[in-house]
Write a protein that binds this ligand. Structure first.
Ligand SMILES: C[S@@+](CC[C@H](N)C(=O)[O-])C[C@H]1O[C@@H](n2cnc3c(N)ncnc32)[C@H](O)[C@@H]1O
Length: 255
C-alpha cells in the first residue's frame, strides 16, 4: 500500500510548484476544481485543498477511499474535498464535460484495461485548453533496469525487455508498463499535448546500504530532480511524469 507515496514524491512536488504558479497568476483560486483519479492515500488532495482548490477524489477501491478519508481527517478535515467511489473507465458518465481545471492521474493507468479510454475520458472532463493533466505511469525501461539493479535477476531483466506487465506490490498481480512510444501515443490519441515530461525515481530504488534514506533525503531528492529532467537519465526512471493539456487543433506535443 505504501508504494503509492514514494511513486508520487517527485511528481507531486512538481505538480504543487506548477499549481502554485497557476494559483498565483489566477484571480479565481477558490473556484479552481481538481480531480484526483485513483487517489490512493489522499495526500495529494490535502495539499491541493490547502491551496484553496476544490478537490474531488475518485477511486474504485472502498479501502483506499477510507484511507483517504482518514488522511483528510488527520490533516484537520477539509470542506474542499469530496470523495466518490467509481471506475476510471466511467469518467465521462460520472462527471459533466469540462468540470476540472486540474486532473491528477498518478498511477491508476497501469491498473485499467484500456488506459487510452481513460485518457479520452479525462480530456472530456477537463475544462478547456488551460486545464492541466498530470500523469504519472510506470516506465517499461525502468522495470528492466530494476530487475538487474535491485534483485540481481538477469532472467527477469531479459523477460521484462518484452513484457507488457510488471509486478505490483499494492494488490499483488501484474500491472501495465508503458514504453515511451506507448505513453506518447495514448496521450496523443486522446487529443492531449505533452508540455513537460520528467523521470521519477531514477536512482532512489537502487541506493546502496551506506546511504541513509532518512539522513540523505534532501540530497537524494535534489539529485533525483536533476536526473529526472535530463533526457539521458529519465529514459530509465521507474516512472515518467507528464504534464499535458488539451491539444489545440494541429498541435503535436513538444517533440
Ligand atoms: C498506486 S495507487 C496510486 C495512488 C495515488 N494516486 C498516488 O500516486 O499516491 C493506484 C490507485 O488507483 C486506484 N485504482 C485502480 N484501478 C482503478 C480504476 N479502474 N478506477 C479508479 N481507481 C482505480 C487504486 O484503488 C489505487 O488507489
Amino acid at each position: 500500500m505504501l508504494i503509492a507515496i514514494p511513486c508520487a514524491w517527485s511528481a507531486a512536488s512538481t505538480l504543487i510548484l506548477l499549481v502554485y504558479a497557476f494559483v498565483l497568476t489566477s484571480d479565481w483560486t477558490n473556484s479552481l476544481r481538481a480531480l484526483d483519479l485513483g487517489c490512493g492515500t489522499g495526500a495529494a488532495a490535502v495539499r491541493l485543498a490547502r491551496l484553496g482548490i476544490h478537490v474531488t477524489l475518485l477511486d474504485s477501491s472502498a479501502t483506499m477511499l477510507a484511507l483517504a478519508e482518514r488522511t483528510i481527517v488527520e490533516a484537520g478535515g477539509s470542506d474542499k474535498i469530496t470523495a466518490k467511489r467509481g471506475d476510471a473507465a466511467q469518467l465521462a458518465d460520472i462527471f459533466q464535460t469540462g468540470s476540472f481545471d486540474i486532473f491528477l492521474c498518478h498511477n491508476p493507468l497501469e491498473y485499467v484495461d484500456d488506459p487510452g479510454a481513460v485518457l479520452r475520458g479525462a480530456e472530456r472532463v477537463m475544462r478547456d485548453s488551460s486545464a492541466i493533466l498530470s500523469v504519472l505511469a510506470p516506465n517499461h525501461a525502468g522495470e528492466v533496469l530494476k530487475a538487474v539493479l535491485q534483485a540481481g535477476d538477469l532472467a527477469a531483466a531479459e523477460h521484462n525487455l518484452t513484457a507488457e506487465r510488471g509486478p505490483e506490490s499494492l494488490y499483488g498481480g501484474r500491472v501495465l508498463l508503458f514504453t515511451s512510444e506507448a505513453r506518447e501515443a495514448i496521450l496523443k490519441d486522446a487529443s492531449l499535448t505533452i508540455n513537460a515530461r520528467r523521470g521519477v525515481r531514477v536512482i532512489a530504488d537502487y541506493l546502496p546500504a551506506q546511504i541513509s534514506r532518512s539522513a540523505g533525503y534532501e540530497r537524494i531528492f535534489v539529485l533525483e530532480r536533476n536526473l529526472g529532467e535530463r533526457r539521458e537519465f529519465f529514459g530509465v526512471a521507474r516512472f515518467i511524469h507528464c504534464l499535458a493539456s488539451c491539444a489545440t487543433p494541429g498541435s503535436e506535443g513538444d517533440e
